[in-house]
Ligand binder design. Structure first.
Ligand code: DON
Length: 317
């Protein structure tokens, strides 16, 4: 990994964004519907860039591990594409939902088929598919993320997983509802165990930027020395995942994110956001205070400023 010098324009951009973002502290609230997440100190901010040439840039709390929550849905979906292929589309759609991430309303009129793999219902179906394929999905996913980050210590937070599992009434309801339509194979209790562990995985911004590099690099991962590593997805598959992230990665704020930022993103209620600039690099940002739709206030601001300062845009490549 080459470290950047302070004189680099991207370092200067990150420093500027870090300074500007401080003014937004206090505008959002940390997630508290998962009791363990309510304990997180709200006024934290970290940001990391990883470029396809192997260089990295960080600012603030970029090396502090946080709960990736729904960002895990990106990685489980990629795993499902690899092991199930296009058959995933028999059980989940690929349209924006326009509804809250944990909404039930569309599921009845759409006969138990979730709109996309990134809302909770869709991610539960994906985790159900993977639970069928892996005897120990929790460790299989962790293994994949450990390889992508080159960090063998990466893990889920046991307290956060337990806290979510004990209060997962709505997700359990979504799973049973889909089961009533024949779109759920495994016992919901078992799938929820896996789902809560995947959401409780902890990563830093620096790790998240590295782990998602394959999406900016035509499906190929880079190791921590910036060298080509595992071909995670075919270039065409990476292109399609990015399209889904652009249209569905921020739930009912996906349109607003595309308008303000214009990059494929995945957000999580831990306050993390990962953004993909295809051909250029990845950006991970973390600040725990969320807006009403469950997306990081400072994170969205920081990404908007970054694209303004750099000109990075999905449509520019
Ligand atoms: O299932 C849940 O509600 C959480 N584990 C994840 C939700 C989430 O991160 C939505 N993101 N904005």
């Amino acid at each position: 990994m080459r470290s950047a010098t302070l004189a680099h324009p991207l370092s200067a951009a990150l420093d500027q964004i870090h300074t500007e973002a401080q003014a937004l502290f206090g505008q959002g609230q940390v997630a508290d519907y998962i009791p363990a997440l309510a304990q997180v100190q709200p006024r934290q901010f970290g940001m990391a860039l990883a470029l396809t040439d192997g260089s990295t840039f960080t600012v603030g709390d970029a090396h502090t591990a946080f709960s990736i929550q729904s960002i895990s849905k990106l990685f489980t979906f990629v795993l499902a594409l690899k092991v199930v292929g296009d058959a995933v589309w028999k059980r989940v759609g690929r349209e924006p939902s326009g509804a809250a991430f944990n909404s039930m309303v569309q599921l009845e009129s759409e006969h138990g088929i979730p709109r996309n793999p990134f809302i909770n219902a869709g991610a539960l179906v994906i985790t159900d598919m993977l639970t069928t394929r892996y005897a120990h999905l929790d460790y299989a996913l962790l293994g994949a993320l450990r390889r992508l980050t080159d960090d063998p210590t990466l893990s889920w937070n046991v307290q956060v997983a337990k806290s979510e599992r004990e209060t997962a009434h709505r997700n359990m309801a979504l799973a049973y509802f889909m089961k009533s339509y024949g779109n759920f194979v495994n016992p919901p209790e078992l799938v929820l165990d896996n789902y809560c562990r995947q959401c409780a995985i902890e990563m830093s911004c620096a790790q998240l930027a590295q782990a998602s590099m394959f999406l900016a690099n035509a499906g190929r991962d880079l190791n921590r020395h910036g060298q080509a590593d595992e071909q995670m997805l075919l270039p065409d598959e990476a292109r399609r995942v990015n399209a889904l992230l652009l249209t569905c990665g921020a739930y009912d704020a996906a349109g607003d994110f595309a308008y303000r930022i214009g990059l494929p993103v995945k957000t999580g209620v831990g306050g993390g956001i990962v953004a993909i600039a295809p051909g250029m690099g990845t950006v991970a940002v973390w600040a725990p205070e969320l807006d009403a739709k469950g997306n990081s206030v400072l994170g969205a601001f920081a990404l908007e400023r970054l694209v303004q300062l750099t000109g990075w845009h999905y449509a520019s490549r």
